[in-house]
Design a binder for this molecule. Structure first.
Ligand code: PHE
Length: 340
């Protein structure tokens, strides 16, 4: 009797181990657990026979039954873990993850500065216009009182597209185009790309933006020029900004000036950004030379005016403290997205 029951227990252990190891799902393992060890299962069936055994025989079979039960329980538990459903994250859908931000795009920082400057001049009565980037030598130089042997017209500074056609080296030719098209009073700002055979370094690029300004009417004086530019500087850079006008030379203005604003970084006391001067140059400018009026058919005895040209990339560099102008042209998104 004892020997027979122990054989039955060993068979149960052996078969249970085989079927458990082969089980491929948690459900199947659970079914086996009930079949082998459940209240109406096979182990229970074997133990029922214990009742008909003598008191001396019972402990040996009981101990064997316990050992088999423990061994099968351990195997079943192990199999449950192995066949468990994968965690939600591994199934590819994790609803707790944060959303992906959508890339919104944005205007280039130089474009933003151009727009802001043009809006200030719009409020001062200036219209925004544009002109061609491929320009004739006549408009780029001759009508602006710049003879071709002037250093500015030299091949070294200018990209020639064809005989007599260049990539404009400044936005000033649009002055002549506007004056030929419209009678005074004229007040325009002209943003646009310009090209020069400059080296490509921290402060120069062969393509760069300019904003031209032109105001022509009867009775415009240097005072109007100074007041307009000073007001622009206060609106753009801030109300405490000071301006200074240094004598300079351009073939198409007389007198000519370069305009500085008090350094945005140190406020005028001198720092490394302004090389200790307390000032930053923002534009070339002056009163329109009477010979330019003659070239475009305006009466120089009747009309006067002022013109200016500024570089918005330089101004953006000062405003955002950008040490290298090339950052504006390389368009690395990691740089650009800071201005969105
Ligand atoms: N066109 C000049 C330049 O590119 C700037 C300028 C514009 C000067 C208008 C005077 C008047 O340097």
């Amino acid at each position: 009797m004892t020997v027979d029951l122990i054989r039955q227990l060993r068979e149960l252990e052996e078969e249970g181990a085989r079927t458990t190891t082969a089980a491929s799902s948690a459900d199947e393992v659970e079914r086996l657990r009930i079949e082998l060890l459940g209240r109406k299962g096979r182990l229970t069936g074997i133990l029922r026979q214990l009742g008909s055994m003598s008191a001396e025989e019972r402990p040996r079979v009981g101990a064997e039954a316990n050992r088999v039960k423990e061994a099968l329980t351990a195997l079943l538990d192990e199999r449950i873990d192995a066949t468990a459903e994968p965690a939600p994250a591994a199934s590819g859908l994790d609803l707790t993850l944060p959303g992906r931000p959508r890339w919104r795009g944005g205007l280039h920082p130089v474009t933003q500065v151009v727009d802001e400057i043009c809006e200030i001049f719009r409020d001062l009565g200036f219209t925004r216009v544009s002109g061609p980037e491929a320009e004739t030598v006549e408009y780029n130089f001759s009508k602006l009182n710049t003879p071709l042997d002037h250093p500015a017209a030299d091949m070294h500074d200018t990209f020639y597209l064809a005989e007599g056609v260049v990539l404009r080296t400044h936005t000033s030719p649009v002055q002549a185009r506007v004056m030929e098209q419209f009678k005074p009073p004229v007040r325009v700002v002209v943003p646009g790309a310009c090209y020069r055979r400059d080296s490509y370094d921290a402060s120069h690029a062969p393509i760069f933006e300019q904003i031209e300004g032109l105001a022509v009417d009867e009775g415009i004086t240097f005072v109007d020029f100074k007041a307009t530019i000073s007001e622009f500087a206060r609106r753009f850079f801030g109300p405490s900004t000071r301006t200074r006008f240094r004598p300079s030379f351009f073939p198409f203005t007389e007198p000519s000036a370069e305009v500085d604003v008090s350094c945005q970084i140190c406020g005028g006391s001198g720092c490394s950004a302004c090389k200790g001067t307390g000032w930053m140059e923002i534009m070339g400018a002056g009163m329109v030379d009477p010979s330019v009026f003659e070239n475009v058919g305006y009466d120089p005895e009747r009309y006067t005016g002022f013109a200016f040209g500024m570089g918005p990339a330089r101004i953006a560099m000062q405003r955002y403290r950008i040490p290298d102008i090339r950052l504006f042209y390389e368009n690395d998104v990691r740089f650009l997205e800071q201005f969105v």
